[in-house]
Design a protein around this ligand. Sequence first.
Ligand code: ATP
Ligand code: MG
Length: 298
Amino acid sequence: MLKIDGLVLTVVDPDTGHETEILHGNSLELAQGEALGLVGESGSGKSMTLKCILGIEPDGARVDGTIALDGTDLLASGGDALRRIRAEDLALIAQNPHGALNPVLPVGRFLVEGMSDARSMGRAEARERAADLLRQVGIADTERVLRSYPHQLSGGMLQRVVIAGAISGDPKLLLADEPTTALDVTTQAEVVAILDEKRREHGLSMIFVTHDLDLAAAVCDRLAVMKDGEILEIGTPEEIRDRPRTDYTRKLMAARPMLYPEGHPAAFLAGGAGPAPLREGGGGNDETDRINGEEAGA
Ligand SMILES: Nc1ncnc2c1ncn2[C@@H]1O[C@H](COP(=O)(O)OP(=O)(O)OP(=O)(O)O)[C@@H](O)[C@H]1O
Ligand SMILES: [Mg+2]
């Protein structure tokens, strides 16, 4: 569904005119419903790759190569038509959910405005749809959350709202850029589990950017290892782990930090147990109680 061929990104210093090549001719393919992890150290070009797909590369930058989404080259000159394809078919879930949400609108308005058919719905129906979206991402206390402004909710809660909004727009491809890095470990696990569950439920393709190889391996069908603006290798998590083709991948594997004394977030996804259920009401665990009880009023 996505085919990137020879992607080169060149940024130009506006003062000196000096050009720097950031991405050096990368290619990758993504099948319908497939999740690809983009892993590699800071500065390797993961986010820039997503920005090229989204068409939000830095001002004055040049993007060469092709990025074809279901056969349409997003880099061809096409103005409004391509903008519409990007807006309808792509959804970004970034590290900081505040970037996706309007700080002066309650969450309910954000969700309703994202619905493509909002205009044909009455207020009550739109509201009910928004509440339903929140329930789908494990939020039980929907009325309070819908009324809340972004600053009244935690990062984990907001990231769920962003995921709900992304899914409601019925995109083809999710682009997730370190979607849980800013969250505490327990919340990370829950948000990754929700993202994974929703993506599978809707049969969406996804590119999942992360520093965390274990997380990428748990969430993704294949991994692409990036370094210095280049994709070094692409393979299944098993291939990357057991038969790395480059020294760099070997080093990356060896350097995995043991950051999770309470258990890796990916454990939520392992063993076919599926995402951790977020139960309603009184039977909730600490996290759901916190989310449903204390948060919106804080
Ligand atoms: N606005 C910009 N103008 C010019 N160069 C940039 C700009 N933003 C980033 N870069 C450079 O592009 C390269 C790739 O950056 P990118 O943000 O894609 O890395 P990344 O892999 O996402 O890193 P991280 O894991 O830290 O998010 C880096 O060398 C960075 O310095
Ligand atoms: Mg980045």
